[in-house]
Every structure is written in structure tokens, then in C-alpha cells.
Design a protein around this ligand. Structure first.
Ligand SMILES: [Zn+2]
Length: 366
């Protein structure tokens, strides 16, 4: 990326001058936070930045940065992110195996994955050893004036030991070192880490300019994709691929006709999908049902208004509220389900129960 996104210009201007020793860029997925953080790092390391503080793109430093070999820049990510994506800020993580089939495929995968040397599944967490290695990075002589930048993404994936190790660094910051933490879920960071960083809320573009941007990227139905992505433009861009759209609409089609909906069949069909993604589909669908029931508004599924209206008319809002809370908790478990098929069956049976208005009572009895 050779510049920041249009909706980030204003926040860029706020970041001229000294940055302190730690920044925390926060905001939901799909806003371009990682690209912004990388560009900020590249520009700060540039030998000849512009008056707006932007990278020149031609100096040796800019060249090293683009090659991924800058000696004064260190990117810390979970192995699973490094192994499956270049940009790192995907809306879904469908490249990561979640099911049992990963065991049988792991050998061939290991051959293909230059980054993964063992047949173990790549970790989704940032480990303490990754944070400890930063000690060496900080201590070796740097290329330019001793200035070094460490980018941690997504910061909420640091396990507790890693987070505590980082906290020590932030309490006694090494000289001439800038930490940039990028987080989609700042609430999962240690409060002591948050409080030691300068926090930057990353902007969400308004719907019209985001739709225009998507159109410029060649997206055919920008408004629909944007709504379905919860108004995060990069997520919408990812959603705009044919395969994703087909799978998503097949899923929604099924759960929007609960009278003929085959829970066991759908659970079996979806068991190899990324469950975090499936849970988020359900969350958005249920959010729309609830939102229509309470305020006649549809946020995510603009083209399904008629079906939403018909389902929402008989909906018990208390049951749905309880289910939405349960889905929130489920989202945490979806990364490591013991049995993906059973996980989905339970989720979908509960959904059917909610539509029948009995979820609240069942919850109380259980
Ligand atoms: Zn440069």
C-alpha cells in the first residue's frame, strides 16, 4: 500500500509530531487499521518524508520496508495470521483449518507452509517467546538514529503471559522505540496496557463514501455488501467475492424459512466452515430480526426485508435478547469447538427455539 485510505486522512494529521512510545489503534475489523499502522511505520522510518510526514517511496528505507526486510521494523502476529494472509486484516479466517480434517491434511500443509516448520496447527495467539524476542530486536544496533518500530497485531491475541511481558516493556519503554498496537477488540486488552498507550479511535467512513470507494474497487452491489459487512469497507470488499456471497445467501435462505429448515443437514453442511464466520452471520441475522421487531429497521440484510418482517412479527423480544447474549458468548468458543457439527446443531436448534418463543423459558429451566 502506497498511501492511507481516504477516510484516514484526518486521523493522520493528528499524528504529526512526536508519537510517544506506544500507540493503540482501535476499531472494528475491516477499517484498514493494519494498513494504516504499516504505512505509519514506513513513513516514520523513511529517510526523506514529505511535509505531511508521508513516506517518499524511493529511499533505501522505504524499499526495505516494502520488501519486508527493514532492520528497524518488527511485526508481531499470531502464527495463524502470518501463515494464511498477507494483509493480515481479513474479515474472515477461512484459510485456517478448524475441523478435524486439519489433522490429516497437516502433513501436506506443512510442506506448503514455508512459515510453519512443524505439523502442529499454527497458533492463533501471540506467545510470550514472540514478545521476549523483541528484547533482542530492541538491543541490536539500528540503521537510522536508533529508531525502531514494533507493530503488534491483533494485540488482543497476546496470551496472558505475553501481555504481561509486553507490559514490562511499556512500563520501562526502551529508548527510541515506538510500539504500535492494533486491536479489533480493545476490551480484551489488559487495562494496564491500554492506559500506557496513546489511544487512537480509527474512523469508520460514512456509508456513501464507503460505497463509492467499493464501487471504485469494482464491487457490483456496494450498498448491499457494505450493509452485510456492518459498514466496514474492507470487510465488504472481501464479502464481494462470488463464492462467499453464494454460501452466505444459501445459509440465510435456510434460516429465514424455519418451517422447512433442516437443522441437522445444515449443521453437517457447515461443519467445515469457519465457525466464527457462521456465528457472525447468525448474529447479524438475529440483530436484524430484533431490530425490525423493535424499530422496523434492517441494518445488514437490506434485500431480505420482507422475510425479516414476516419472521419478526411473531418474535418474542425477550427470547431473542437472551439468544443474542448467548451468541456473544458463543463467539468466544467458536474458535475452538470440541465438535464443530454438534456446536452448530446446538446453535441452530436454539435459534429454532427462539423463533418459537421458548428460548427464554428453556434458559431459565436449564
Ligand atoms: Zn522513503
Amino acid at each position: 500500500m502506497s498511501n492511507i485510505y481516504g477516510w484516514q486522512e484526518e486521523v493522520w494529521r493528528k499524528l504529526t509530531g512526536t508519537l510517544g512510545h506506544a500507540l493503540l489503534l482501535r476499531g472494528r475489523k475491516g477499517l484498514g487499521k493494519l494498513a494504516f499502522a504499516r504505512y505509519l511505520a514506513k513513513s516514520r522510518l523513511c529517510e526523506n518524508p514529505s511535509v505531511e510526514g508521508k513516506a517518499c517511496e524511493v529511499c533505501a528505507s522505504c524499499h526495505w520496508f516494502e520488501q519486508g526486510s527493514h532492520p528497524d521494523f518488527c511485526l508481531v502476529e499470531p502464527e495463524a495470521v502470518t501463515a494464511t494472509s498477507v494483509s493480515g486484516e481479513g474479515a474472515s479466517e477461512e484459510g485456517v483449518e478448524t475441523g478435524d480434517e486439519a489433522e490429516t491434511q497437516s502433513l501436506s500443509k506443512a510442506v506448503n507452509q514455508a512459515t510453519s516448520k512443524s505439523t502442529k496447527k499454527p497458533s492463533r495467539q501471540i506467545s510470550i517467546s514472540q514478545i521476549r524476542e523483541l528484547g533482542d530486536f530492541v538491543n541490536i544496533t539500528s540503521h537510522q538514529n536508533g529508531y525502531k518500530i514494533i507493530l503488534i497485531h491483533p494485540a488482543e491475541t497476546m496470551n496472558p503471559a505475553a501481555a504481561n511481558a509486553l507490559l514490562k516493556n511499556l512500563e520501562e519503554p526502551p529508548l527510541q522505540t515506538l510500539f504500535i498496537l492494533v486491536t479489533h477488540q480493545a476490551q480484551y486488552l489488559l487495562p494496564t496496557i491500554r492506559s500506557r498507550c496513546r489511544q487512537i479511535a480509527m474512523p469508520v467512513p460514512d456509508a456513501a463514501s464507503a460505497a463509492l470507494w467499493l464501487k471504485q474497487q469494482g464491487v457490483k452491489a456496494p450498498e448491499r455488501c457494505l450493509a452485510s459487512a456492518g459498514y466496514s469497507p474492507l470487510t465488504a470488499l472481501e464479502f464481494a467475492n462470488e463464492d462467499y456471497l453464494v454460501r452466505h445467501s444459501a445459509f440465510i435462505q435456510q434460516i429465514s424459512t424455519p418451517s422447512s429448515f433442516d437443522v441437522l443437514g445444515l449443521a453437517e453442511e457447515m461443519q467445515k466452515s469457519d465457525l466464527v464466520m457462521v456465528v457472525s452471520w447468525l448474529q447479524k441475522w438475529c440483530y436484524d430480526l430484533m431490530s425490525f421487531r423493535m424499530a422496523q429497521k434492517v441494518r445488514y440484510h437490506l434485500d431480505m426485508r420482507a422475510q425479516i418482517k414476516s419472521l419478526a412479527s411473531g418474535l418474542d423480544p425477550y427470547s431473542m435478547a437472551a439468544y443474542l447474549r448467548a451468541l456473544d458468548k458463543t463467539q468466544q468458543l467458536a474458535r475452538h469447538p470440541l465438535n464443530p457439527r454438534l456446536f452448530l446443531e446446538e446453535l441452530l436448534f436454539s435459534y429454532v427455539t427462539v423463533l418459537s418463543g421458548e428460548f427464554r423459558n428453556r434458559g431459565k429451566a436449564g
